[in-house]
Design a protein around this ligand. Structure first.
Ligand SMILES: *[C@@H]1O[C@H](CO)[C@@H](O)[C@H](O)[C@H]1NC(C)=O
Length: 262
């Protein structure tokens, strides 16, 4: 895993292991990968793949349903004369290069750059504690912040499904729970699971409404992966500001029942 810009190269020592080069930038960055050299023949299963996102154990982030591009556009494979020619730019702050290079001495060379991205949607957070504001910028788009840790979330401010595209005075509704079940098209859900794919994670709670000083108890997700996901219809400017921190005690009050930490 790398979060530093610069030149990287790989030269195979032989063997058919599949390796992954995981790249991650800051929340408001996307990743540019430029191929300088590419020498991977197709024989014996030699291959390099680029993914617009991350994959571990068959699970992908952002999930297929939350990404503007299709899987065919996001996942490309190369070998032999079929070289990655164009510069690759990710849609979010994570990207992955997977490779299997059985021929000793073959390999590739890349330059990695991190580019500012002013309206981030899907994000993987490397930080285990901090604060974040997830926004939809008025768009019809579902956005997730994914944590590779069990996390406790405290909502500091919520404005979801209330502030329309035209400026109309809004009354504070307080935090409304079970918005998805009630049929609201805009809500924020807190998810937990054992992998990266948000579409198969367990929802702990979902909320909507307008509350500038919420008194919601912390949402504790005792899973290997925890996610804050915002579902947006495009009819509202949604935002949720929250504090996140790890917690160690699996028996802590309120810890999420669907996952128990090892
Ligand atoms: C966002 O997610 C909801 C519920 O998971 C889904 O019904 C909707 O189609 C999604 N919207 C977009 C733009 O993908």
């Amino acid at each position: 895993m790398e979060s530093l810009p610069g030149e990287y190269w790989y030269e195979s020592a032989g063997g058919s292991t599949v390796c992954g080069f995981y790249l991650i930038g800051l929340a408001d960055q996307v990743i540019e990968i430029e191929f300088l050299d590419f020498d991977i023949s197709c024989e014996d299963g030699g291959l390099l793949a680029t993914l617009d996102g991350w994959e571990t154990r068959g699970q992908i982030f952002p999930s297929g349903t939350d990404h503007p591009l299709s899987m065919v556009e996001r996942y490309k494979t190369y070998c032999g004369k079929n070289e990655p020619s164009m510069t690759f730019i990710s849609s979010q702050n994570v990207a992955l290069i997977q490779y299997r290079i059985p021929n000793k001495g073959q390999g590739f060379r890349i330059v990695v750059r991190f580019i500012e991205h002013h309206q981030p949607c899907n994000v993987v957070s490397l930080e285990a504690r901090g604060t974040y504001t997830l926004k939809n910028f008025g768009r019809k788009q579902n956005c997730s912040v994914s944590f590779l840790y069990p996390e406790s979330f405290s909502v500091l401010a919520l404005d979801v499904g209330k502030t329309g595209l035209m400026s109309i005075q809004n009354w504070e509704t307080g935090i409304v729970a079970k918005c998805a079940k009630e049929g609201f098209a805009d809500y924020v859900q807190f998810l937990g699971g054992e992998g990266l794919d948000t579409s198969i994670m367990y929802p702990a709670i979902d909320v909507c409404g307008l509350d500038s000083n919420p008194a919601l108890p912390p949402v504790m997700i005792g899973c290997k992966h925890s996610v804050v996901r915002m579902v947006s219809s495009g009819n509202f400017y949604n935002s949720v500001n929250f504090v996140f921190q790890t917690f160690a005690d699996r028996f802590q009050r309120g810890a999420f029942k669907h996952c128990l930490l090892d």
